[in-house]
Design a protein around this ligand. Sequence first.
Ligand code: SF4
Ligand code: MG
Length: 335
Amino acid sequence: SEPILTVQDLHTHFFTDNKEVPAVDGVSIDLHKGEVVGIVGESGCGKSVTSLSIMQLVPNPPGKIVNGNIYFKGKNLTDASEKQMRKIRGNEISMIFQEPMTSLDPLFTIGNQLIEAIRIHQKVSKKQAKSSAIELLNLVGIPRASEVVDEFPHQLSGGMRQRVMIAMAMSCDPEVLIADEPTTALDVTIQAQILDLMRKLNKEKQTSILLITHDLGVVAEMCDRVVVMYSGKVVEEGTVREILKDPKHPYTKGLIRSLPNIKATDQKLYSIPGTVMRPSLDQVGCRFAPRCDYAFDRCWEENPELLEQDTGRQVRCFLYEKEIERGVPSNDRTY
Ligand code: SF4
Ligand code: MG
């Protein structure tokens, strides 16, 4: 089937101090109806800029989408006006950010904010909107919803505020939910509950979810498919099973090794040695080379293409050129 959301060869650059930084450097991602796709990578890999680019929310200046297309149900969002985007955001595509305090207005009650969100999208009375707001708060598992609706954000815990944000995001019954590190700031128990909630929405409403995270444990629990990003580029893509059981790219292998083993008593984390190469336009060679155990001469001289198997599995590494004979560069994919 046609993807509901397609990111096609996206290039988002930042212009600072006379420098042009390709924060997102030719990224392509498909999201299908009812699918949960994870974008993983360390901070600075371009995953958040990718999600902001989809929403046309990259701060300009200093950021700018310099190339590529984003199709949502066949419509190219890179051509959409701000007015059209405002209709799509929080309506057909919703977004949940990491820090709910910054996304809720401290001066208004939870109810007022939800009611406003509901009434932007539905022609209902204030009274009807308030009962829908309470229903939504119940749906996201907020106890005493009929009281919370009249409370202010600071009266709630971080976990409860994040639930409110999910309720806000769901208030318009979006077709796509983009969640950027939705549980990072929360403790483990609350994190599990929020993930359960997102999974429930995905199952019951067929909401497609793009989940941005640095946490492979979250990916293992939630995702159907995984896109691994490094230094502005996709370095590997596959089903969650393929990525976790059979990682190919040396970076993904390192990430998997860094997953804490739940059974082990020694919970010490493995971390990939070396420093991240920041995206740069004049950089030659594989961006992972400075940290790669397998790097050889060519890796410093030439940029590896994203090789693709006919199953859709992708990997950007010279080591797989023989294995993936049918490989084609990502830019040559046709949609
Ligand atoms: Fe390592 Fe070379 Fe593969 Fe890059 S292309 S990941 S440096 S082996
Ligand atoms: Mg981020």
